[in-house]
Design a binder for this molecule. Structure first.
Ligand code: HQG
Length: 184
């Protein structure tokens, strides 16, 4: 990804996950936007996009953040939303025994009091492997990895989902199901 690709990916994340109204774009409840309309709305707000650039970003995106519909007409972010306009109906899925959550040491006191909460996003995001969790946590500061007893949570009634890019989603993780496995 060159600098333009990264900027475009960030722009798409912003409008498809958080603020579609910032460019006058409408998403449906499954998060889909018409690609032609997206290009038009973006250009009216000074951001030049075209079909081939969008297709390239979807294809090369490191985390496979976006998907294009089967008919090629629509695009959406596969997870990470905060906009209340979107409520993707993810299928329930049985999680592996353990999932990981990377966060920063500065959040720990609050996490120990409240458990993991979704905050502005719709879900708590969990990773299947520790190395991904480390990368997620590093975005916030001095990283700390929490090991989550996901299968036990599931057996005790918590719902889990997996986005198309592999990220695991659940609404909340109570403290009883987590342990700290590493600090850097
Ligand atoms: C923390 C990225 C205080 C939580 C990533 C996290 C992921 C609490 C931060 C996806 C808390 C929220 C999501 C509590 C949770 N008290 N802090 N009770 N409960 N937190 O960015 O999981 O690159 O909204 O630990 O890769 O870091 O954008 O969530 O540190 O998949 O595609 O509050 O976003 O994907 O931060 O990341 P975020 P996240 P993209």
């Amino acid at each position: 990804m060159d600098q333009t690709d990264t900027k475009t990916s960030k722009f798409l994340s912003y409008v498809l996950r958080h603020q579609p109204e910032s460019i006058g774009l409408t998403l449906d409840s499954e998060g889909w936007a018409d690609i032609g309309t997206l290009i038009k709305c973006a250009s009216q707000h000074g951001k030049r996009l075209n079909h081939s650039l969008i297709e390239k970003i979807v294809e090369i995106n490191d985390k496979k953040r976006f998907a294009i519909s089967a008919d090629q007409k629509r695009i959406r972010a596969v997870q990470g939303h905060s906009t209340q306009k979107v409520d993707i109906c993810y299928q329930e899925k049985i999680p592996p025994a353990i999932l990981y959550h990377g966060t920063a040491t500065r959040f720990l006191d609050s996490i120990v009091k409240q458990g993991l909460v979704a905050g502005t996003r719709h879900y708590v995001h969990l990773s299947a492997d520790e190395s991904t969790a480390i990368k997620v946590g590093q975005r916030h500061g001095k990283v700390i990895i929490l090991k989550i007893e996901a299968r036990l949570m599931y057996e005790q009634g918590f719902k889990f989902h997996q986005a198309d890019n592999g990220v695991w989603l659940t609404k909340t993780v109570p403290v009883a199901y987590m342990s700290i496995i590493s600090r850097s």
